[in-house]
Structure formats: structure tokens, C-alpha cells
Design a protein around this ligand. Structure first.
Ligand SMILES: Nc1ncnc2c1ncn2[C@@H]1O[C@H](COP(=O)(O)OP(=O)(O)O)[C@@H](O)[C@H]1O
Ligand SMILES: [Mg+2]
Length: 319
């Protein structure tokens, strides 16, 4: 007679697997595959994400652009561990976001990712100084917070973090004594307090004038370069989007196109930035072509497709 009782070996294997950190499914910092998020508001279904694909390499700095309502915040909230997708897969810093227990999710939010919101007021506690705001996530992370020496070590790490971001002089100011741009830079320090692998920011410069926005963006660049954190910034600012190596565009809950930039040096030693637009090819071979290309050639419904030796040709249907 067979029983469904697990063997001792099987129980032991499960216990070990539960105790051990999950094996990295991928080396990428962020990997989303066919990600779907459906909201149900008053019986009406909204498909905010409709099979989104996104891979971000470790150490990269990526801008995410797209019209209002295209699903950018939905994606960011999922990556931050604040929301759970309906289907598909999402792995961030080696954590499978569909498999996290409530306890692991909390730890994930505190340690694996940092998050900066658009609303400056949402990022900082008003009654704490900049230094105290940065210390808070370290304290929440816990573990011997009251042991001797812990407080001294912590304040050294707070100072180090503020210095790395060039805002050491703001340590003792409360948010009301800081400009909007300074508040956002402190918010970046708070998000970086526990040295996460991934830093996410949802329109962090949306409330700032363009000059201030540039200084905040410079701080994102600094943490990306100096601390090696992978950064994803949602932005409407064409200047920001134009300065990063990679810009990903979202349309209707899907990644639709990308622009990659690299510095090229010509034969006279002149440097210039070369830009190339790409569309995302999903696993089923689907691509979303840029609307401006389709409009230019009047393509719709059906297009003629031919294989050339090293590319694929698409033409308007003239049959
Ligand atoms: N909590 C929610 N409940 C219902 N619908 C939502 C919710 N959050 C977002 N949506 C809808 O999902 C779509 C994408 O929204 P969002 O991710 O906020 O877009 P974006 O940040 O690009 O402007 C929109 O149609 C929005 O109305
Ligand atoms: Mg949004």
C-alpha cells in the first residue's frame, strides 16, 4: 500500500529549502516575464499590465517612460513588493515576487529594494531630521538595535550615506527646512539606507522645476555609479530620458519599445551619442511597432512579411 505521507528525507529537504535563501532564478537584477495585473474596481476589470516583459541588468540605470495610465506605477509597485501581480513572473535581486511569504515580503521591502515616491511628503517623516529619517530603516531592519556600539555604528553609516550623496550638511534639518529637491535627495539616502540591490523611483522629479530635477537626477546617477545599485526611474522628463543609456517605453501595459544610447568615437576622436530604437520581441514572436512608423506608411490590419538574408521586411498590404 502506498501512502501520501512524505518521507523523512523529503521533509528534511523541504525544511532546508525553506531555511535557505531562494536560489537566484536569473543573474539580471530585474526579470519580468508575461507580467499581468488586473484590477477589479466596482465590477469593472482594468488590465493595467498585459503581459509585460522587462529585463534589467545589474548595475544598470534605466528610464521608464509612457503615457499616463500605461501601467508604469502598477509595475513599480509590484517591483517594490507593495502589490502582487495577477499572473506571470517577476524576479528582483534573486527574489521571486510571486512566491514571497508575508514575512519575506516585508523583509524584501526593507532590505532588497529602495523606493522613492513622487510626493516629497510621502518619503520622509516630518518630525525627524534627515539623519534620523535615514537611520529609521536601519533600526527597523533591527537585530541588536540596543546592543552597545550598535547606535554608534548606525550613526556612522548614516553619515557615510549622506556624505556619499553629497548632502552631509543637511543631516540635522527637518523636511520643512529643506527644499523640494533636497527632500528628494534625502529620500534617496533613506531608500539606500540598507544598501538595497535595486532602487526604484516613480516620477521622483515630477513636483520639481527642471533645474532642481537635474540635481536630483544627478544624485540617482551618483548612487548608481558609486554604490553600484541598479536604478529604475519612471519619468516624463525628456532630459532625464535622454541622458540614460537605456530608455524603456511602456504602452498599454506592455513594454513596447526601447532606445539604447552609446558613446561612439569617430576617426577624428570626436565623441557623440548614437541612439537606436528597438521594439521588444516577446516569446510568441510578437512585436509592437512604433505608431509613427505605421502611420507614415498607412499600415494596418495586415502587412506583407518577407525574410531577407539578414532582416525581416514588412510592407503595407497592397493586394
Ligand atoms: N488600485 C487600482 N484599482 C483600479 N484600477 C487601477 C488601480 N491602480 C491603477 N489602476 C488602473 O490601471 C491603469 C494603469 O495605471 P498606472 O499604473 O497608475 O499608470 P501610470 O503610472 O503609467 O500612469 C490605469 O487605467 C489605472 O486607472
Ligand atoms: Mg504613475
Amino acid at each position: 500500500m502506498t501512502t501520501d505521507q512524505p518521507t523523512y528525507e523529503e521533509l528534511r529537504r523541504r525544511a532546508m529549502a525553506a531555511a535557505e535563501p531562494r536560489v537566484r532564478a536569473t543573474d539580471a537584477a530585474i526579470a519580468c516575464d508575461r507580467l499581468v495585473r488586473i484590477f477589479n474596481a466596482d465590477g469593472i476589470e482594468v488590465q493595467a499590465l498585459q503581459g509585460l516583459e522587462l529585463t534589467v541588468d545589474q548595475g544598470d540605470l534605466v528610464a521608464l517612460v509612457g503615457a499616463s495610465g500605461s501601467g508604469k506605477s502598477t509595475l513599480m509597485n509590484i517591483l517594490a513588493g507593495l502589490d502582487v501581480p495577477t499572473a506571470g513572473s517577476a524576479t528582483v535581486a534573486g527574489h521571486d515576487l510571486l512566491e514571497l511569504s508575508a514575512r519575506d515580503r516585508l523583509r524584501y521591502r526593507r532590505e532588497a529594494v529602495g523606493f522613492v515616491f513622487q510626493q516629497t511628503a510621502r518619503n520622509l517623516l516630518p518630525f525627524l531630521t534627515a539623519a534620523q529619517n535615514v537611520a529609521l530603516p536601519m533600526q527597523l531592519r533591527g537585530g541588536g538595535g540596543f546592543r552597545r556600539g550598535a547606535a554608534a555604528r548606525r550613526s556612522a553609516r548614516v553619515a557615510e550615506t549622506l556624505e556619499a550623496l553629497g548632502i552631509g550638511d543637511l543631516a540635522h534639518r527637518r523636511p520643512a527646512e529643506l527644499s523640494g529637491g533636497q527632500q528628494q535627495r534625502v529620500a534617496i539616502a533613506v531608500a539606500m539606507a540598507n544598501r538595497p540591490e535595486v532602487l526604484l523611483a516613480d516620477e521622483p522629479t515630477g513636483e520639481l522645476d527642471s533645474e532642481t530635477a537635474a540635481s536630483v537626477f544627478e544624485t540617482f546617477r551618483t548612487v548608481n555609479k558609486e554604490l553600484g545599485v541598479t536604478v529604475v526611474i519612471v519619468t516624463h522628463d525628456p532630459m532625464v530620458a535622454g541622458e540614460v543609456r537605456r530608455t524603456v517605453a511602456i504602452r498599454d501595459g506592455r513594454t513596447s519599445s526601447e532606445v539604447l544610447r552609446r558613446v561612439v568615437t569617430d576617426e577624428h576622436g570626436e565623441e557623440s551619442v548614437s541612439e537606436r530604437e528597438y521594439v521588444v520581441l516577446d516569446r510568441s514572436g510578437r512585436v509592437q511597432l512604433p505608431p509613427k512608423f505605421l502611420a507614415a506608411l498607412g499600415m494596418e490590419h495586415r502587412v506583407a512579411v518577407d525574410l531577407a538574408p539578414d532582416h525581416i521586411e514588412l510592407r503595407p498590404d497592397r493586394s
